[in-house]
Design a protein around this ligand. Sequence first.
Ligand SMILES: Nc1ncnc2c1ncn2[C@@H]1O[C@H](COP(=O)(O)OP(=O)(O)OP(=O)(O)O)[C@@H](O)[C@H]1O
Ligand SMILES: [Mg+2]
Length: 256
Amino acid sequence: MPKILFCGKGGSGKSTLLSLLALHLSETRDVVVIDTDESNTGLARMMGLDPPGQTLMDFLGGKDSVRRKMGPRGAPGESRAFFPAAGVAGGSFPGVCESARGRIRLASVGKIEHAHEGCACPMGVLARDVLGNVPAGADRWVLVDTEAGIEHIGRGLLEGMNAVVVVVEPSHDAVALAGKIVKLAAGEGRRCLAVLNRVADGTESLLKEALARVGIETAATLANSQAVAKANLLARPLALEPFRKEIGKLAEALER
Ligand SMILES: Nc1ncnc2c1ncn2[C@@H]1O[C@H](COP(=O)(O)OP(=O)(O)OP(=O)(O)O)[C@@H](O)[C@H]1O
Ligand SMILES: [Mg+2]
């Protein structure tokens, strides 16, 4: 399952989970991380990477430039080619847009930089183009971080994906959103797995039951961890070790 979209409620732990999985997978294969979150900027640091020098959107001249290139054909489902075949489709990003450490490479689609900069359609179209074209395989997995909620699914980001990991914290809203995501993913023929995060005493079985009712298999469970909270606050890389077993279970479930 080499192309995986991380989804879920705001603050549920999508970026944290993606980073832990990237650290785990990169011990044995290449990992390409694509950040499609237009607001948050902390993903690279979670894996010990510097943020890339430029976003792909900025490299292409900014949102207005991409909007013009989209022209009237920028409708959902429209496939574009913003980068030449030798670029993203060949597996490389412009050097200034890429940050690397070990076998992890990261590129960011674009960030909101200005008040009144307009709708996010160009970001969605560019993300879909990059995700659809970046090559993946058993030796190169592509992990995609998303903004909270499901707007990106509405914009067609599932198109190029093999599977969806839904990160679920112990809350009714998180379960309800997971139910919605699994339906949308199933409608596109995509597999959906849940990871429970920040689970505290007594909530794990309740959460699993609730997710089973909405038709999602739970692949792994991460406890609430002070070490994770502290690393985030200090912008330090996450330590995989305490979560190795559960992240390994997630990787295995994705490989099935
Ligand atoms: N298992 C955990 N234990 C403790 N804190 C956690 C855990 N998982 C995530 N956090 C903390 O919760 C906060 C949100 O995590 P993260 O940024 O990964 O969520 P997100 O779903 O990507 O958020 P957003 O929707 O804003 O993108 C961070 O401060 C992170 O360190
Ligand atoms: Mg995030």
